[in-house]
Ligand binder design. Sequence first.
Ligand code: WT7
Length: 693
Amino acid sequence: MPTETASMFNPASKVSKISHCSSMEQYKQMHDKSLKDPEAFWGEIAKQFHFEEKVRGKFLDYNFDTSKGKIFVRWLEGAKTNICYNCLDRHVLAGKADQVAFYWEGNDPADAEVVTYGELLKDVCRVANVLKAKGVAKGDSVAIYMPMVKQLVVAMLAVARIGAVHSIVFGGYSADSLADRMMDASASVLITADAVWRGAKLIALKEIADEALKLCRAKDLKVKMSLVVKHMDTVTAPQPTSNGTAPGNAAKKTHFDDKGNYKLDGRFHVTGELGPLLDVWWHEVVSAASSECDPVWLDAEDPLFMLYTSGSTGTPKGVLHTIGGYMLYTATTFKYSFDYHPGDIYFCTADIGWITGHSYVTYGPLLNGATSVLFEGVPTYPHIGRFWEIIEKYKVSKFYTAPTAIRTLMKFGDEPVKKYDLSSLAVLGSVGSPSTPEAWLWYYRVVGDSSVSIVDTFWQTETGGHVITPLPGATPCKPGSACFPFFGVEVALLDEEGHEIKGEGEGYLVFCRPWPGMMRTVYGNHQRFETTYFKKFPGFYCTGDGARRDSDGYIWVTGRIDDMLNVSGHLLSTAQVESSLVEHSSVAEAAVVARPHIVKGECLYCFVTLTEGKTYDDKLIAELKVKVRSKIGPFATPDFMQLAPGLPKTRSGKIMRRVLRKIAVGDRDFGDISTLADPSIVEKLFELRPKET
Ligand code: WT7
């Protein structure tokens, strides 16, 4: 570890005077209290929210040990509330109807809209009434397959208002994936849109949704309605670029009529194939519905939503979250991790189709009455400075994105960032994968002008909210470390036999007790919940990640245990090797996988993406090998190195390592690569395999 990356970054001056938690002493005190007396700690927080009925049973009850019976977690027994009421009505009743909830920023910079809390509440009530009229009731599940538009937020809150359960499927998934998820959730309604531009690419959502509905019908799923937002009429299509190419043109030929209108003919109101009339235009029914709708008071432990996440084996798991605990946890993590204060403008770049969007675009910010930017587009359209342009435009103070986005933008150098006034920024967050010290430092210095707090938040779909994170103004950060557990979270590191590693060391990252926002079950498969998370180490929730605790007690998440590799008996994390590769100035991004090796067991196979203008040659290969060797040790010297013009990433930015492992061994049996953002990269990488393999 070079001295620079090991150095501490003190809580930034911009937040330290006013932060909710302003010193490590205060953090420790609050964290201790949250573990010693969860009822007192979370009970105090619960007072900010409206509960129609208070807790009558146990505040917290749980079992984490399969040998003692069924695994369960229950918070706030007997309490009744409604999360939609707490997100909207509570603020409107407090006189904040005119406050902006969202600045919607379209894919094209010309498209923008402002949505207040008052308008949001009325729209939510209208949609809730439409759903009720279709017979959707408490406990029913509603699938949502939408672009990043305000109607997506409206839809999810409307579902929550009437006690139904939302199951949002990211708008980049295929018809098969949508159908699988709808089937698993037994969704009775689908809410979608005609289509959306993402960058210069058209995503024909309704077309895909219809394919999915056909598949559902073939398997006897009774869907009552598909509620369709007409979005294309309201947005600006991609314009021809200066070099004469016209982005989106191919899609325009097939999907638009001569007048430039998006065509849905032959698809809308299809009665033959899809059975009874399913399709209903959102704008027709919603505007006709009443803008008042009483919330349904629900049990704290009633389901709020399910969200599918891939499992290492088999079908995706429907991670189920419940109302009360998730509400307290997303609200509190949002407030402390981003040090949210009234007046802040907050911008999270995640799609609502992922947990980050659920917790930190919709619920966390709205529960705090915050004002956010809701962004439909991508970071590189129409130019590579789009994020920075948006930050300048809205004077964003709190910004939250993924290391993969940071690394992508870092490739273009400092210039595109420096063009914009980013002086409003006070906290920069990151989530999704281990942040390399290099990306962390670039984020801090170039985007944050060395005067912000960086929060590297570790969490999972399953955890509902941040579980390990620094707190702005309190935690002195080390670049690349998620630092310390959030309130209510008790971390342990275990070795293979389940013995706890105290002090310095590396092992399985587990949690010793429940926090309010954790998942309650895998929808329809409680057995799978128990085996996936509790079987390996009875008494602990197992994250599936490895982590290291350093001599100062900082937690460094090293990545999924399944991304660990064993070279001649040395346990290595792929992230560790990747981090040393990207330290070389020619490398923008790296992905490392294990390749079976006859002597070493496994050896390292590295894919490297170069920074603009750099050349890939023998000299560079030699330098990179030396880099890894000197950073980690001779045993970590990569055996194989190959150039990667791009990496096979899912639309959420996760590198699909199983594909890289196949390429590494020269096996074309890639399996399903349909969820990749750009499946064509796989063939390109295969062609670029070095000769000696
Ligand atoms: C996995 C969970 C939580 C929203 C996005 C991903 C990795 C997440 C970090 C971080 C290191 C991280 C872990 C985790 N991860 N955040 N700050 N540092 N690793 O949600 O798809 O459920 O993935 O993402 O490996 O287990 P997810």
